[in-house]
Structures are given as C-alpha cells and as structure tokens.
Write a protein that binds this ligand. Structure first.
Ligand SMILES: [Zn+2]
Length: 456
C-alpha cells in the first residue's frame, strides 16, 4: 500500500476538536477513518519528536535528546542537526525494501542516498532539493532554487511589531509549499510521500494566548481569528492531498506535538547557583568549576570526573547524591505559591539504548504554564529566577510532560475501519507505516504497529 503522511508541526488536537465543523478534510478522517492523538517523546521538542517519528525509537536509540545538548567530553553547546541522528530512518528502511520515499521539509532530514527529498528545519541543506535533478525540476517549474519551508529569523524577530507581516508570510510560504508538494506528489514516483508544514508551530508559539481562553494573558483579538483561519488553510491542504493521493493510497496526518499555555519562564541555573551546585562570576557560568548546569531547556548536565574534561563530581555515590540533591532543589521551587516543576527525572528513567550516556543527567518536566528559560543561561547581575513576560505565550518544548502536549493523528484509506479509537506514541507510527506498506519491521524499533484492522 502507498502511504502519504502529512506532517503539521505543532497541530493541536484540542483546537482541531474545537473547530472540527470548519475543517471538512479532518472531519473526513474522523468520519471515515481515525482521528485521535499521539503522544510525543520526552522532551516534546521538534527535532527530538521528528527524530523519534522517523526512527520509531526513543531518543536513547537515536541520539537526539534536545534542541541544545552538551557535546560529549566537552562543555560545548550543540544545536540539534541531522548528523546527530544515529539510527536508521524509515526512508532508508523503505529504500532497502526496494520502494521509494519522497520527503519534503521534514525537520532533521538531510540528503539521503536513494531518497528524493527537500531537507527541512535544522539541516544545513534546508530547502535545497536532493538530488540535483529534483533541484533542476523545481527551478524549472517554480523559478526557485530553494524551497522556503519556514519563516526567516527576520520575520520572527519582527513578529511583535509587525504581526500582520508575520501572518502574511507564513500563509504565503505554506501555499507555496503546498503547491510544490502537490506537484511532486503527481510527478515523482513514490511509495511513501511526506511533506511537513511548519506554520502552526511558529504561529502558536506567539499567538497561543489568543486562542486559549484559560491563558492568564488571554487576548480577544483579530489574531485568534487568523490562527483559526490557518487551521482552515491546513485543512484545505489536507483536502487537496486526499483528492490527489489516489484511491489506493492511505493518508495520515500527524503532528510532532501540540501546545500548552506558557506564562512564566524559570531560570533553572539561578536555582542551581542558589543551592550551591553552580558557580558563576559576573553573570558568566564557570562551566569547569560547577557541579551542574542547565544548557537551556530544563536539562541538567553534571560535571563528572573522568567524563568531562575538568569534572568535579565523582562517579558513583557522589554522582547519585548530587542528582538527588538537584532533584530535591528543583522539586521545591515555588513561583507565586505554585510549583512550576512537575517532576525531575533521571535520564535512565526516561530513555534506554546505546546513546543514553549522551543524554542530560536530569530533565525537569514543567507544569502547564511554565517553561525553562532558553537564554540567558544565567541572569546577568542579580538573580532573577523567573521571567514573567516571556516572548512566547504557547509552548511544548521547555520541557513539558508529553501527555500535556499531545499531537494529532489521523488515518484514512483502504482497510482503515471508521471510528476506531487508537492511542499512539510517536514511535508507533514508523512501524505502523511499515506494516501498512508490507515491509518487515526491524527488531530494534521501540514502537508497535497500531492495530488498525480489527474492529473495536
Ligand atoms: Zn514541532
């Protein structure tokens, strides 16, 4: 069976439910197939989540743990990128089975031999069609040599002063991406075809407060309506794909995570400093002299003797005692009488696999409404501990409980019973797709194919 997967980064099942009467294509998934939710991995961050989707594995087996990680054996901050992904992707499995995959704008993808692709977010080749012959075709048909899959930083930087420009651009990019994808759907040969649309993620980070009446800074404004209209737009795109994919193909819609409100950011490093785990001078963290530091997303890295170049914590008992101490300190943080952190987890409680030793030693899981501050790593001058006016009003990645920020999942097509309830983890989708395509599922995959066929 041929499969089309439409990725809508950040699409929220709550908003889809609320607006379903205005979303006829997603309504078709609901009426004639499956429309439900999927739970992202910890952390529910775009690179980690799509890496989990495309490998069917937990981060301990694919090696991508965060937007920002500490490079092993150094104190360097590394931004996630496709070359950090250490596991076989579904595209490769499909190719090895003698079938063809086409990917467009999927985050964390690169040029991959035998795969027709336009690499997406976080790739050094973002927007550059692969192989060259695809680039030539896109240039000939659309007059561009780079596909704009995402907003430029310039527009993102101006969103506060020029929100109309932001919406204009995100709509324009989305329409262009849809047009190119639908053309390639018709003209390329494929067994698995997958474009990802990034717009909803970018929109909801800034404008979540406009669509969530429970947000403490909820605003009734025209922008709430523009968010709703964007859901209508992605629904129209889904409708076009349903029409074009052909009767014999199965179509899925997937998001890597959803959203929750964010009103307060917590500067984890300020608390680590207060409790004596972190040393800082003049607003600069002493990475070599500290026992522990957060690199920005609620992750905490210990400075271990024999592991880091200038480790100060001994492996074994002292390591465990230090982790326990930090967990206790994070657990008792209070902001305005409320606890921002739901739980702090040791890495072995969250993940398993050969790359576990590259994971942060601890991860703070934040309650809805809160997130870890990304930067600065530490407040300059007097400690501030929290930022009560974060730039973003919606979040999912810093670091939230995956159950609080589920993504959407829809499946419709031949053999899919209607109205069946499915509960999926994001790593279940790769084995589900392989199963539907009749390709054997590699034994080291963590996910399980969804039982779609039997009624129930
Ligand atoms: Zn995302």
């Amino acid at each position: 069976m041929k499969v089309v997967v439409l990725g809508f980064d950040g699409a929220s099942p709550d908003l889809v439910d609320e607006w379903i009467d205005h979303l006829p294509a997603l309504g078709r998934f609901k009426d004639r197939g499956v429309l439900g939710r999927t739970v992202p991995p910890v952390p529910a961050q775009t690179p980690v989540a799509w890496a989990t989707f495309m490998t069917g594995k937990n981060p301990g087996k694919h090696g991508v743990f965060s937007f920002i990680a500490r490079r092993s054996g150094t104190y360097e901050r590394d931004v996630a990128e496709p070359k950090k992904l250490k596991s076989k992707t579904i595209w490769k499995i499909v190719r090895e089975a003698g079938k063809k995959a086409v990917t467009i704008n999927v985050p964390m993808t690169d040029a991959e031999e035998g795969v027709t692709s336009v690499p997406g977010f976080l790739s050094s080749l973002e927007g550059v069609p692969q192989p060259k012959s695809l680039g030539e075709k896109v240039a000939r048909k659309f007059g561009i040599d780079r596909v704009r899959g995402d907003l430029g930083t310039e527009t993102l930087d101006r969103v506060d002063t020029d929100p109309d420009l932001f919406f204009e651009e995100v709509n324009e990019i989305t329409e262009e991406m849809a047009e190119i994808s639908l053309c390639l759907l018709q003209e390329e040969s494929w067994d698995l075809f997958m474009p990802v649309f990034m717009g909803l993620d970018r929109i909801q980070h800034f404008f979540w407060k406009c669509v969530d009446p429970n947000h403490p800074r909820h605003e009734e404004s025209e922008y709430g309506e523009l968010v709703r209209k964007f859901y209508v737009k992605i629904d129209e795109i889904a409708g076009e794909f349903l029409k074009s994919a052909g009767e014999d193909a199965l179509t899925m819609v997937v998001s890597d995570h959803g959203f929750c409100p964010v009103h307060t950011e917590v500067v984890v490093n300020d608390y680590l400093a207060e409790e004596g785990f972190l040393e800082a001078r003049d607003g600069e963290i002493d990475l070599e002299g500290s026992m522990a530091v957060s690199y920005g997303y609620g992750d905490v890295w210990l400075n271990v003797k024999g592991r880091e170049p200038r480790g100060v914590v001994s492996a074994g008992e002292e390591y465990e005692k230090t982790r326990d101490g930090i967990m206790e300190c994070l657990g008792k943080i209070e902001v305005g009488g409320k606890r921002p952190i739901k739980a702090a987890k040791r890495r072995e409680e969250l993940w398993w696999g050969p790359y576990l030793n590259e994971a942060p030693d601890l991860t703070a899981i934040f309650n809805v409404g809160y997130q870890a501050a990304r930067r600065p790593l530490i407040t300059n001058g007097p400690r501030r501990y929290v930022n009560l006016n974060p730039r973003w009003s919606g979040g999912h990645d810093g670091t939230h409980d995956p159950g609080d920020v589920p993504g959407i999942l829809g499946i419709v097509g031949p053999g899919i019973p209607k109205g069946k309830r499915v509960e999926a983890r994001l790593w279940d989708l790769a084995p589900t797709i392989l199963d539907l395509m009749g390709i054997p599922i590699p034994a080291d995959i963590d996910g399980k194919p969804l039982a779609l066929k039997d009624p129930g």
